[in-house]
Design a binder for this molecule. Structure first.
Ligand SMILES: N[C@@H](CCC(=O)N[C@@H](CS)C(=O)NCC(=O)O)C(=O)O
Length: 213
């Protein structure tokens, strides 16, 4: 079987999610770096793979998979253990709600292309862009904390890592990069600490996959 190829950028949080999922499923893969700061995601060559011009993109089983949550869903459907989204319909809806709070309601507002658009053409300086970033992160994390509390265990949902933790850990990595204080989110930081101790999460950390890292 051909080894899957992950098109990725070390600091991409959507890529970080897929790296964690691949590691949890024990899938060996080759990594191809797409340098987002150089604009490689917009090259014709890369757009032929992913017309959206975003990372990650996974070539696996003859498929060209895009969108981190769709990629992880494919992995979860193909390799049953460990389950990343619970089978029980109610639990499944809860874990998806946690994950989508990050993936749909925090991350897209703060993506590189959004930050760049705020700068040019909208003309917002770095301080304004940081204020924007922190506002959406704080609002999103406060909602996530409240949503998680009733059913959190060692992890964001229960006592095994799920898609919710796969989305949480990269988002908190990003929040720390932008100096967002996390004291108001004890459930999130506890799950993050627990997950980060696991090798599949630790091995996916940007510092571990950085060029020359
Ligand atoms: N919803 C997409 C988001 C992908 C995404 O936004 N990727 C970012 C990196 S985290 C990217 O490629 N940004 C390039 C850019 O903004 O130009 C997913 O989950 O895969």
């Amino acid at each position: 079987m051909t080894e899957p190829i992950l098109y990725d950028y070390w600091r991409s949080s959507a890529g970080y999610r897929v790296r964690i999922a691949l590691n949890l499923k024990r899938i060996a893969y080759e990594s191809v770096a797409i340098d987002l700061l150089d604009g490689a995601q917009r090259s014709d060559d890369y757009r032929a793979r992913n017309p959206q011009g975003l990372v990650p993109m996974l070539e696996m089983d003859g498929l060209k998979l895009t969108q981190s949550l769709a990629i992880i869903d494919y992995l979860d459907a193909s390799i049953r253990e460990p389950r990343l989204v619970p089978e029980d319909a109610g639990e499944r809806a809860h874990v998806l709600a946690l994950a989508l709070t990050v993936a749909c309601d925090i991350h897209p507002l703060n993506n590189l292309r959004v930050q760049r658009y705020l700068k040019d053409p909208l003309g917002h300086d770095e301080a304004a862009r940081d204020t924007w970033y922190r506002h959406w992160v704080r609002e999103g994390l406060a909602a996530l904390e409240a949503l998680a509390v009733p059913r959190a265990g060692r992890f964001l949902f229960g006592d095994a890592p799920t898609l919710a933790d796969i989305c949480l850990v990269p988002q908190l990595y990003n929040a720390r990069r932008f100096d967002v204080a996390l004291d108001d989110y004890p459930t999130l930081t506890a799950a993050d600490a627990e997950a980060s101790r696991l090798n599949p999460f630790a091995a996916a950390h940007p510092n571990r996959v950085a060029p020359g890292g």
